[in-house]
Design a protein around this ligand. Structure first.
Ligand code: HEC
Length: 398
């Protein structure tokens, strides 16, 4: 009878409520797991546990966990085995840590499994990981995750390693690289130094990264950005003028014919990390597919003046961790134990016990000055692409 009730409980409890429960619920869930033989039920409970504990580490293992972990390590279902290992890691198991490190370094394993191990180790703040992550920068399948993971470690060897790699990276890789280099005051100095030394072109730095750099309020950093990148902030009178100027330029009778394929490339570089259009892109800002895109006034108003009206969900949250990492993003979820932010690069969950400061700013996550940073021809192509009705091929795409 007891067994039946527990199974019934597991099947009926919505996962969201599993998540929201306090650590007191852990032993009960572990008991349910001990008696559940259906892999689907096991998976549901494990996912609930894993979601609920995301971002946390050093959580005391609930009573009975070791027995359950030993039993489920034999499961024929690979997802069950993976989740059990991740959870053991969250509960501070040394053997799970060793297993995960082995998986991460085993080049014969499928990349997805190695990625899961990498993310679990970053989540557990494995203290020895930074050196390994720098080595993994050489492996294309793991490079993005390694670049992002390095933001978690305050290690002075990281900025030079990333900067050396920068010229070889594709646009998504560059974004991850810049984002990690902007994520700590100590890294930011090296990044801005490289900008000043001409190690990369100023126009490669995305506007939201520049804003994050300015957020450190370091006079040398700001002076270097002013000189090499420019200052994008416009007064509202300027925005009025700019709108009229762009409108005249875009509607001129003798305007050259725009190239939609090139417009898509501009979108991918300048907007796509935050916005989804035709099923491609990020989730920081609103989905643009169904928006009022055909309307030029709507587009210009929203691009030139993103801070004119900002739905509360899209204000920037600035989070500083106790170990000096800074993260800027929109809030995806917060509860008593963790905070989850969506950034242009990733979704990050941080335990409240690791947070030094968390503050919602008055600004939209969408930077100002995006069009002003582009040559006229690119603006023309971008706007024509945005006003179109359907997806087009990228330049050179068959
Ligand atoms: C760093 C993230 C980011 C980037 C880059 C970005 N946006 Fe946004 N965008 C947002 C956010 C967040 C909002 C919602 C808040 C607001 O209106 O400011 C938004 C709002 C918009 C809106 C209004 C949508 C609506 O439903 O109200 C449009 C249109 C838009 N962006 C277009 C663009 C275009 C075009 C680009 C590239 C030139 C771009 N955005 C680049 C984050 C971004």
């Amino acid at each position: 009878m007891k067994r039946f009730c527990l199974l019934f409980l597991a099947a009926c409890l919505p996962l969201a409520s599993l998540r929201a429960q306090s650590d007191d619920a852990l032993p009960i869930l572990v008991q349910v797991l001990q008696s559940a033989d259906d892999p689907q039920v096991q998976l549901d409970i494990l996912k609930g546990l894993s979601d609920g504990l995301k971002g946390r580490r050093g959580v005391k293992a609930p009573a009975g966990w070791d027995a359950v972990a030993t039993k489920l390590a034999q499961s024929p279902n690979p997802q069950v085995r993976e989740l059990v290992q991740q959870l053991s890691l969250t509960f501070g198991s040394a053997s799970a840590l060793g297993d995960m490190r082995k998986q991460l370094l085993d080049a014969k394993l499928p990349p997805a499994q190695r990625l899961a191990a990498l993310e679990a180790l970053v989540g557990a703040k494995d203290a020895t990981l930074a050196e390994t992550l720098r080595q993994l920068l050489a492996e294309p399948a793991l490079r993005g995750a390694a670049l992002r993971g390095l933001a978690s470690y305050d290690d002075p060897k990281t900025p030079p390693a990333i900067l050396a790699l920068l010229p070889t990276l594709d646009p998504a890789g560059k974004r991850d690289a810049f984002s990690t280099l902007a994520s700590r005051g100590s890294f930011a100095k090296t990044l801005v130094g490289a900008l000043v030394d001409g190690k990369f072109a100023a126009k490669e730095l995305p506007a939201d990264i520049v804003r994050q750099l300015r957020n450190y309020q370091q006079p040398e950093i700001n002076a270097a950005l002013d000189k090499h990148w420019g200052s994008a902030r416009e007064s509202s009178a300027d925005i009025q003028k700019q709108t009229e100027r762009y409108k005249a330029m875009l509607t001129a009778a003798n305007a050259p014919k725009p190239d939609l394929a090139k417009g898509r490339a501009v979108f991918a570089k300048t907007c796509g990390q935050c916005h989804t259009l035709y099923g491609v892109g990020g989730k920081v800002g609103p989905e643009l597919t169904g928006s009022n895109r055909a309307d030029l006034d709507y587009l210009l108003h929203n691009i030139l003046d993103p801070n004119a009206e900002i739905p509360n969900d899209y204000r920037t949250w600035n989070l500083d961790t106790k170990d000096d990492r800074s993260i800027a993003g929109v809030m995806a979820r917060q509860d008593a134990t963790t905070v989850t932010l969506v950034t242009p690069n990733e979704t990050v969950t941080i335990a409240r016990t690791d947070i030094a400061r968390l503050k919602q700013s008055e600004l939209s996550m969408m930077p100002e000055g995006l069009l002003q940073a582009l040559p006229e021809e690119e603006v023309r192509n971008l706007i024509a692409y945005l006003r179109g009705k359907e997806q087009v091929k990228l330049p050179g795409e068959k």
